[in-house]
Write a protein of this length. Structure first.
Length: 335
């Protein structure tokens, strides 16, 4: 780990360099997510050309006229898909200074059943930019393979069968956010996105080269996590904390807005179980179980074992306008 970096760097290609290198990678993976919950990941094999095409598509989307973006605004989607205008999302009740498009699995809407079924449905795509759909589909397929490879390594290093997560994931729930943080003219740092933990299992974050702003909480203080060339930032979510009885910890993180005229593009990819799946507790080896401190007890943010309940909790809080328009019954029930 370079002296100026606050997070460890892991090389995924080591899993293919023989049993000794793979074992060291798994040990480093376990240590990074037990101690920090965040790390940089290199060696993914993802081509710079694909990264460049996705970055270009993101810039082109945010450069569209407002009328084209607002035609797919998420207030039109009961499934929380589509475009969120600047200031349209909240973290811990405070406005996040960013705009974004949310893209999930392309599905037909489901009537009835558990409340989390309301998250299932079609995406909203900009008619003015048909190429966005193709590059996002390629990105989704590529990062899904990276995520599966990581989860198999996690399972092994936690004493479970390599297929543990394959068996309990079902048809994965994924979410891609393409996010733009516009610069602000305020003299003090502003909330790009407020402090939070991710509600699922695994997040792979691509950040525009050279653009900082991500901060991770370590030992009660905020530390910068600057971008590393050719690396993703990886963090675990609340469900992996739950599945390990707190041996692995989901970590608070936030983004500070850039100073104008700068802006920042980032693209997180969330890889999670099917909405109707539970992650049972992993039977940790004794030496790891002794270090499992239990799941974080926060009455204001309960961690649900059923992923759909955790995901719905997160979406209702982040997008109160969508919740009020399409899910007033759930808002009333929670009140």
């Amino acid at each position: 780990m370079a002296a100026e970096l606050s997070l460890p760097i892991l090389d995924l290609s080591k899993l293919d360099d023989g049993p000794d290198a793979a074992a060291r990678f798994r040990d480093d993976l376990r240590a990074a997510t037990h101690d920090v919950g965040f790390f940089y990941l290199t060696g993914t094999g993802i081509s710079p050309e694909l990264e460049s095409r996705l970055h270009r598509a993101a810039l082109d989307f945010f450069a569209l006229p407002d009328e084209d973006k607002l035609a797919i605004e998420n207030v039109n989607s009961p499934h929380f898909r589509g475009y969120t205008r600047i200031g349209g999302e909240r973290t811990q009740g405070k406005v996040d200074w960013r705009e974004q498009i949310d893209i999930g699995p392309e599905r037909e809407a489901i009537e009835g059943g558990p409340a989390f079924n309301r998250l299932i449905g079609p995406n909203l795509w900009p008619e003015a930019q048909p190429e966005l759909r193709d590059v996002v589909a390629e990105w989704h397929a590529t990062l899904s393979e990276v995520a599966r490879k990581l989860l198999r390594a996690w399972a092994q290093t936690l004493g479970a069968q390599e297929t543990y997560f394959d068996e309990h994931f079902g048809d994965p729930s994924t979410l891609i956010k393409i996010v733009r943080y516009p610069g602000t003219h305020e003299p003090e740092p502003q909330q790009g996105v407020g402090a939070h933990k991710d509600s699922g299992v695994l997040t792979l974050l691509w950040v525009e080269p050279g653009k900082g702003g991500l901060q991770v909480e370590r030992d009660g203080a905020w530390v910068d996590a600057p971008p590393v060339s050719g690396a993703f930032v990886v963090n675990i979510g609340e469900l992996l904390e739950y599945a390990t009885g707190g041996y692995l910890k989901a970590t608070n993180h936030r983004v500070v807005s850039p100073q104008a005229p700068n802006e920042r593009i980032s693209i997180p990819f969330f890889f999670n179980p099917a909405l109707d799946k539970r992650l049972p507790l992993i039977d940790l080896p004794a030496e790891l179980a002794a270090e499992a401190k239990g799941v974080t007890d926060d009455p204001g943010n309960p961690i649900h074992a059923l992923y759909g309940e955790n995901a719905l909790k997160s979406r209702l809080r982040a997008h109160p306008d969508v919740a009020a328009i399409h899910h007033a019954d759930l808002v009333d029930a929670s009140a």
